[in-house]
Design a protein around this ligand. Structure first.
Ligand code: MN
Length: 312
C-alpha cells in the first residue's frame, strides 16, 4: 500500500570505519567502498539533498581474544558512543542519517539514538533488521565473543552495562518493535533467547513458503504516520552468490529480485527515517560489486522502482 508520508529531503551520510565487533577484519573499509560506488550521487538523483559528514573517529582494532565473553568491549563502547551522538544530532536537525558501517555492533549506537529521538518526539519505533543472523547473542551464549552478534540483545537490555541503555533508558527498545527478515543462522542458545524475548523473526523458511511480498506485508503491518521506521541493513542478508563481500556469508539468502522487492515495499511506506548499512567487507569483495549492489538496493529504498507505476 502506498503511504502518503514523504521522506525527509535532507540526508546525511556518516562513516564509521571499524571492524571492532567483527570476527574478520575489513568492514572498516565499508564506508569508502560505498562512497566509491557513488552512494551520495545515487541518492541525490532520486531528488534528495545529501551531505557527507565524513568519518567518525574511534579506537583501533587491537584484535584480542574475548574477556568475560566479550571481545573489545571498551573499544566497542567508544565507537558506539560516537555513532550514537552523530546519529542523534542528525535526527535532531530533522535530517535522515545513513550510517555507513562498519560492523553490525554499531547498530547499538545508531538504534539507541533513534530510540532516544523517538521517545522525545513521541513517535513509535519500528526496526526492520535485514540480516542472515539474529544478532541476539549474549556473553554467556556467544561462541566467539564478537559483539556484532549481540546488538539486538543489547538494545533489548541483554548485555553489558556499558552498551545497554545508551538511549537514556534500559532497555533501549522493546523486542516487539523489531521485525527480523532473512534469518538463516542462529546459534543454539541464541535461538532459545530469541523465543523467550518474543522477537518476531521472518526466517528463510518463512520467506520460501510465503514469498517476499507476504513477508514484507506482515513485517510492515501496523505502521502509521506516527511511526519512525528504522532499517538496519546487514549486507550478509543477501545471498552470497550476489553479495560475496561480507565477513560472514551464509548460503540461501534472498535473491536480487527478492531483495529489490523488499526495498521497494519499504520505500512504498514513505516512513523510513534512518538507515544502517553494515558488514560490507571489501577485503572479501570482487571489484567492489557487493558495494555496487548495496548502493543499487539503497537506490530502491529511496524510491527508484523497477517498473513505472501510475502516479509515481
Ligand atoms: Mn548483523
Amino acid at each position: 500500500m502506498q503511504n502518503t508520508a514523504t521522506l525527509p529531503t535532507q540526508i546525511t551520510l556518516i562513516g564509521a570505519p571499524t571492524d571492532i565487533g567483527a570476527g574478520a577484519r575489513g568492514a572498516s573499509m565499508g564506508p569508502e567502498a560505498l562512497r566509491v560506488a557513488d552512494l551520495g550521487a545515487v541518492i541525490e538523483a532520486q531528488g534528495f539533498e545529501v551531505t557527507d559528514r565524513g568519518n567518525l573517529y574511534g579506537p583501533a582494532n587491537p584484535w584480542l581474544p574475548p574477556v568475560d565473553g566479550y571481545r573489545h568491549l571498551e573499544e566497542v563502547t567508544a565507537w558506539n558512543q560516537a555513532v550514537h551522538d552523530a546519529v542523534y544530532a542528525e535526527l535532531s536537525l530533522g535530517r535522515m542519517p545513513i550510517l555507513l558501517g562498519g560492523d553490525h555492533c554499531l547498530g547499538i549506537g545508531s538504534i539507541s539514538a533513534v530510540a532516544r529521538h523517538c521517545r522525545e518526539a513521541g513517535k513509535k519505533l519500528r526496526v526492520l533488521w535485514l540480516d542472515a543472523h539474529a544478532d541476539f547473542n549474549t556473553h554467556a551464549l556467544t561462541p566467539t565473543g564478537n559483539i556484532h552478534g549481540m546488538p539486538v540483545a543489547c538494545l533489548c537490555g541483554y548485555g553489558p552495562e556499558q552498551i545497554i541503555g545508551m538511549s537514556g533508558q534500559t532497555p533501549d527498545i522493546e523486542p516487539g518493535w523489531v521485525r527480523q527478515i532473512g534469518i538463516r543462522s542462529v546459534d543454539q542458545g541464541e535461538k532459545r533467547l530469541v523465543h523467550e524475548a518474543g522477537l518476531e523473526v521472518f526466517d528463510m523458511r518463512y520467506l520460501d513458503e510465503m514469498g517476499m511480498r507476504a513477508t514484507m506485508e506482515a513485517a510492515l503491518a501496523g505502521l502509521d504516520a506516527d511511526t519512525h521506521l528504522h532499517v538496519s541493513f546487514d549486507v550478509d542478508f543477501l545471498d552470497p552468490d550476489i553479495a560475496p563481500g561480507v565477513g560472514t556469508t551464509v548460503p540461501g539468502g534472498p535473491t536480487y529480485r527478492e531483495a529489490q522487492l523488499c526495498m521497494e515495499m519499504i520505500a512504498d511506506t514513505g516512513l523510513m527515517r534512518s538507515l544502517d548499512v553494515v558488514e560490507l567487507n571489501p577485503a572479501f569483495d570482487v571489484r567492489n560489486k557487493t558495494a555496487e549492489l548495496a548502493v543499487d538496493l539503497i537506490e530502491s529504498l529511496f524510491g527508484k522502482s523497477t517498473l513505472m507505476r501510475r502516479g509515481s
